[in-house]
Ligand binder design. Structure first.
Ligand SMILES: Nc1ncnc2c1ncn2[C@@H]1O[C@H](COP(=O)(O)OP(=O)(O)OP(=O)(O)O)[C@@H](O)[C@H]1O
Length: 252
């Protein structure tokens, strides 16, 4: 049984069919990329997975649990974290503040035990902080740990967003165009981090991405969408060589 399964998912916005009957599986430990020309339905698909939109039909299962009817906040609790195409951070806080906020879903113990600062709550809080410090170290954010996010360069802010997602200790990480706005050197660095996230942390990654250098470097398999449909699925080399994919990108 695969870790993650999308079955016959469709999504309509009025007269627009953003996604039409899409099905695929993602295996435990894979880096799975979703590519496709503008308007192909990639972000809509991530939004269905994270419950921003209700699919018109179809289902999404994670670890054998149907998630397409869960409330949105329960998706994070179920072990799925996400980054956004346009960075969404708490601008007024430091890098550390943002990562601790990412831990919010672990809200340790009952309201009363939190007020009483019981040993259980204290131990959980210490564990949370230790995990956040590990993420800061993993992603080389130590020089920026106490800096306000608002003043950081774009490339660093993208890494902070990735770190915040990792702070929730997900088992599945969804990245929406992680390389957008990054220079080639930052994109190469991102490929290394994705590799560390996959190999050292054992986290499964699904990323929507336009940058084929990152996809070729980091992805095990690639799904190409066009006009809401699955056009091709295979290794990065197979998909890039597929005539239907080439035609879709050239707009022929
Ligand atoms: N909230 C919305 N309301 C109406 N139509 C939408 C909405 N979001 C997306 N669409 C439409 O759904 C289709 C798929 O859009 P989507 O943003 O998912 O594509 P994409 O592959 O992510 O594109 P891009 O690479 O440009 O981000 C497009 O025709 C788009 O105009």
């Amino acid at each position: 049984m695969s870790l993650f399964a999308v079955r016959d998912v469709s999504l309509r916005f009025g007269g627009v069919q953003a996604i039409g009957n899409v099905s695929f599986d993602v295996e435990q430990g894979e880096v799975f990329a979703i590519i496709g020309p503008n308007g192909a339905g990639k972000t809509s698909l991530l939004n269905v997975i994270t419950r921003v939109f209700d699919p018109t039909s179809g289902s999404v299962a994670f670890e054998d649990q149907e998630i397409s009817s869960l409330p949105r906040h329960m998706v994070v609790r179920s072990g799925i974290a996400r980054t956004f195409q346009n960075i969404e951070l708490f601008e007024g806080g430091t890098v550390l503040d943002n990562l601790l906020l990412g831990r919010h879903r672990f809200g340790h113990g009952s309201f009363v035990s939190q007020c009483l600062w019981t040993p259980g709550v204290r131990a959980a809080e210490e564990q949370s902080r230790a995990h956040v410090e590990d993420v800061i170290e993993l992603l080389d954010l130590m020089p920026h740990r106490n800096s306000p996010v608002a003043g950081l360069p774009y490339g660093v802010r993208k890494v902070v967003e990735l770190a915040r997602a990792l702070a929730t200790q997900p088992r599945l990480l969804l990245l929406d165009e992680p390389a957008s706005g990054l220079n080639p050197e930052e994109t190469r660095e991102l490929a290394f981090w994705i590799d560390d996230i996959q190999k050292d942390l054992g986290i499964t990654v699904i990323m929507v991405e336009h940058d084929m250098s990152l996809v070729s470097e980091a992805a095990d398999r690639v799904l190409c969408m066009n006009m809401g449909q699955v056009l091709a699925l295979g290794t990065p080399e197979e998909v890039q060589a597929d005539p239907a994919v080439i035609t879709a990108y050239l707009g022929a």
